[in-house]
Design a protein around this ligand. Structure first.
Ligand SMILES: Cc1cc2nc3c(=O)[nH]c(=O)nc-3n(C[C@H](O)[C@H](O)[C@H](O)COP(=O)(O)OP(=O)(O)OC[C@H]3O[C@@H](n4cnc5c(N)ncnc54)[C@H](O)[C@@H]3O)c2cc1C
Length: 439
């Protein structure tokens, strides 16, 4: 019989961590997952030589406490990621290749950068990441793009350019299309008083040695028969008298409560009855930055022999830049504004152009990888994105219902945290389970 106490929609990190906590508290829980595997936006593959390659989420920072705790509970280990690797960055700029730290900056740009970052830091301290709406100037800060604000505080054009290139390397939206309030909230959540502009040393410091997707695989193993794959949810009915979930196959499941962890894009395809109009409007208002991920495996980290650290930033080309995933493996993201060229190009041609970019960045040894994989998350029907994108006005548009529950409908998932990330998935998943157990 398809009846349980709780149904969790989606078996990404959020759904799995919510279901695991519920199961461990004696709740009869069922997880419904559309794909034939767990993990959602974390996924890995094993290369012929045994190295694991991450095709989705990879790295975390020291303030990612929920994720770190879960990793410990699962008996997995954190090791340093790429942020501390020795060597120089490479920049592929409109006028060619440069090596070093912000090679297009002069002294005036450097001074301007420092001034702007210290002003940004001052504003970060004024934003409560759990309640950015309470900021006395919230509406104005949300309406301003980061680019507009930088110019308002006197940034030189090269400072705006540097921030834009850095954001594109992360496959975030351009600074011209990102709400200042959302960016302040994102840095405020680190709880680090020295947090300024997005910094790899704050966000990208560690990775799970056994593979970040192993976190999901371990939880799925623990959940065992409670997990149903190939279960695409198409309709949900929410009521305090009982909830029902219908699959694309027509199969029905019932429960007392629901934890929904489906990303906001695919969620729009699901009919939900019994939710308030305000809740539905808030969920529908969210959107994602679109990305595709490129992973390239070489026999070894050959770039290190040239004094390079494997990190690059690309103002031109398809990729926004690269970083070292692990020995011999580079990762890269295709930023939202380059998706159009990327997705409309024949796969063989994409492969050749990516190799040309890697050769332009790291030299001729980059021409012959053992493997080059492309994961088009932007058009994956069960993701349709990457991480939440907050365009100017979006924080106020989504409003204070963001990440809150409407029992017996509980909401979790990285989209329901400040800015996405694996931390957001685990933190909201466990918080949803705790809220439900408390109720
Ligand atoms: C390329 C890429 C790189 C990233 N890099 C990092 C990183 O380095 N560090 C970091 O912290 N984060 C990173 N992230 C973000 C991080 O991976 C995600 O935020 C996090 O894994 C999302 O977890 P989730 O459980 O909230 O959502 P998801 O993992 O998306 O899980 C949702 C689940 O719902 C399922 N689903 C969807 N529709 C339905 C339906 N109709 N019925 C049933 N099931 C459905 C999906 O198949 C999926 O399994 C990256 C993401 C991507 C894509």
């Amino acid at each position: 019989m398809n009846r349980s106490d709780v149904i969790v929609l989606g078996a990404g990190l959020a759904g799995l961590s919510a279901a695991r906590d519920l199961m461990n508290s004696g709740v009869d829980v069922r997880v419904l997952e559309a794909r034939s595997r767990p993990g959602g936006r974390v996924e890995q593959t094993t290369l012929a030589d045994g190295r694991l390659m991450q095709l989705g989420g990879e790295v975390i920072g020291p303030s990612h406490t929920a994720y770190t705790q879960l990793v410990g509970e699962l008996g997995l280990t954190l090791v340093p990621a790429f942020a501390g690797l020795p060597g120089d960055d490479v920049w592929l700029l409109a006028d060619g290749r440069h090596v070093g730290d912000l090679p297009f900056f002069d002294d005036a740009d450097r001074a301007s950068y420092e001034r702007c970052e210290s002003e940004f830091r001052r504003l970060v301290a004024s934003v409560d990441p759990d309640d950015p709406w309470s900021h006395p100037d919230a509406a104005r800060l949300d309406q301003l793009s980061v680019g507009q604000w930088l110019r308002e505080v006197g940034a030189t054009p090269n400072v705006v350019r540097a921030r834009d290139i850095a954001m594109l390397a992360l496959a975030a939206e351009s600074v011209e299309r990102t709400s200042l309030l959302s960016d302040l909230r994102k840095e405020a959540v680190t709880g680090d008083p020295s947090a300024g502009f997005y910094d790899y040393d704050v966000w990208e410091v560690s990775r799970v040695a056994e593979g970040s997707a192993t976190v999901a695989l371990r939880m799925a193993d623990e959940l065992g028969h409670r997990l149903t794959y190939g279960a695409e949810v198409v309709r949900v009915t929410v009521s305090t008298r009982g909830c029902a979930v219908e699959l694309a196959t027509g199969e029905r499941y019932t429960a007392d409560a629901i934890v929904c962890t489906i990303p906001v894009g695919p969620l729009r395809r699901i009919r939900i009855d019994g939710l308030s109009d305000e809740r539905r409007a808030s969920l529908d208002r969210q959107r994602h930055a679109l990305t595709s991920k490129v992973t390239v495996a070489y026999a070894d980290s050959f770039w290190a022999r040239d004094g390079l650290n494997g990190t690059s930033y690309a103002e031109t080309g398809m990729m926004g830049g690269t970083w070292v995933q692990r020995d011999g493996i580079l990762s890269a993201l295709v930023p939202p504004e380059r998706q159009s060229a990327f997705l409309s190009t024949a796969p063989g041609r994409v492969h050749d152009e990516l190799l040309d970019e890697l050769v332009a960045t790291f030299g001729p040894d980059a021409r012959t990888p053992q493997s080059l994989m492309v994961r088009r998350w932007a058009v994956d029907p069960f993701t349709l994105g990457y991480i939440t994108s907050w365009r100017p006005g979006d924080v106020m548009g989504v409003g204070p219902l963001h990440g809150t529950h409407e029992p017996p409908f509980y909401i979790a998932g990285s989209d329901q945290w400040v800015c996405g990330y694996m931390e957001g998935a685990v933190r909201t998943g466990r918080a949803a389970a705790a809220a439900m157990l408390g109720a």
